[in-house]
Design a binder for this molecule. Structure first.
Ligand code: NAP
Length: 291
């Protein structure tokens, strides 16, 4: 049976490390992160609440700006500009998805690179490509790298397959795995890929970020592979009060017995995303205070 990688435990260790680090710093104010939420999408409300809670536990102060669903781009831009210019704010986080009238790329690019702790701006994606230490790396792929390192998964010279090519998960994930130091040989699959079963079954490390349950079945996984399941999908369930349960993109029950290590959903990658957001916020704070 494979080892289940416990994302909650690893995230908790990172929270403790950050709390200790902040306690040791002697700056005259704590770090401050500004959250922007546009509209009342229930998942966004709950994600922002979770981030605020974890920030508070670590010793990071937070400000929440809630804008109405109908907010035009120029009003959102004005708020971002004021937070960019505010010396008491170290990090600016805009909760996606945004309502349709707002352009997500333009919005993310408006955040000053040294406050863009989500790592979604052109500047930070460019820094990542160039392996420049100024990069704030998107938190989900950065969290997966941390999980691999802390679980002693060897990447050097290994075959890694990433399913998904989104700007927030798949693409930065592939870049991180191929970086010097990680040194994996990376293949990226997407909805137009042919022979996905054949490609995946050669992977030593298989990272799945699609958003569709059972995208990866046992016959697609090599014996002894490490499988990281990024997907978060709601499926109907008669066993829960809410009427649904969360599953990943991997057929966990049948894949787990075949692999060496695997992340569960929930409790795998999810908690690491929040932990890395906090880590990036503390880095942004240290850089600002050192100026
Ligand atoms: P996304 O932007 O929708 O991208 C999905 C990717 O999967 C696309 O590149 C798409 O290919 C590919 N794809 C779709 N169907 C496929 C198929 N049948 N075979 C192979 N590839 C296929 O999604 P995302 O933002 O990357 O998120 C992916 C999943 O991760 C979602 O379930 C999301 O909720 C979850 N997620 C979790 C966390 C976390 O903290 N745990 C964070 C972010 C996202 P094309 O490019 O060709 O369309």
């Amino acid at each position: 049976m494979s080892e289940i990688i416990d994302g909650n435990a690893v995230a908790k260790s990172i929270h403790q490390e950050l709390t200790a680090e902040l306690a040791s710093l002697k700056y005259d104010r704590p770090p401050c992160v500004a959250f922007i939420r546009v509209g009342e999408d229930p998942a966004s409300v709950s994600y922002v609440k979770k981030k605020e809670k974890v920030a508070g536990e670590i010793g990071i102060t937070s400000r929440l700006h809630i804008l109405p669903e109908s907010t035009p781009q120029d009003e959102l831009n004005a708020l971002i500009d004021s937070l960019n210019a505010d010396d008491s704010v170290d990090a600016v986080l805009i909760q996606a998805p945004l309502p349709k009238q707002l352009n997500e790329r333009d919005t993310f690019n408006r955040v000053r690179a040294d406050k863009d702790v989500d790592g979604f701006s052109n500047a930070n994606l460019g820094f990542l490509c160039q392996e420049d230490s100024r990069a704030f790396v998107a938190c989900t792929p950065a969290g997966i790298i941390e999980l691999l390192k802390r679980s002693n998964v060897e990447t050097k010279g290994k075959k890694a397959v990433v399913i998904g090519r989104s700007l927030i998960v798949g693409k930065p994930m592939a870049l991180l795995l191929m970086q010097k130091g990680m040194d994996a040989t990376v293949t990226v699959c997407h909805s137009r890929s042919e022979n996905m079963k054949e490609i995946c079954s050669q992977a030593d490390i298989l990272i799945v970020a699609v958003g569709r349950p059972n995208t990866v079945s046992a016959d697609m996984v090599k014996d002894g592979a490490c499988v990281i399941d990024v997907g978060i999908n709601r499926v109907p369930s008669s066993e829960t009060k809410s009427g649904y349960r969360l599953v990943g993109d991997v057929d966990f029950a049948n894949v787990a017995p075949k692999c060496s290590k695997i992340t569960p959903v929930p409790g795998g990658v999810g908690p690491m995303t929040v932990a890395m957001l906090m880590k990036n916020t503390v880095s942004a704070y240290k850089r600002h205070m050192a100026k």
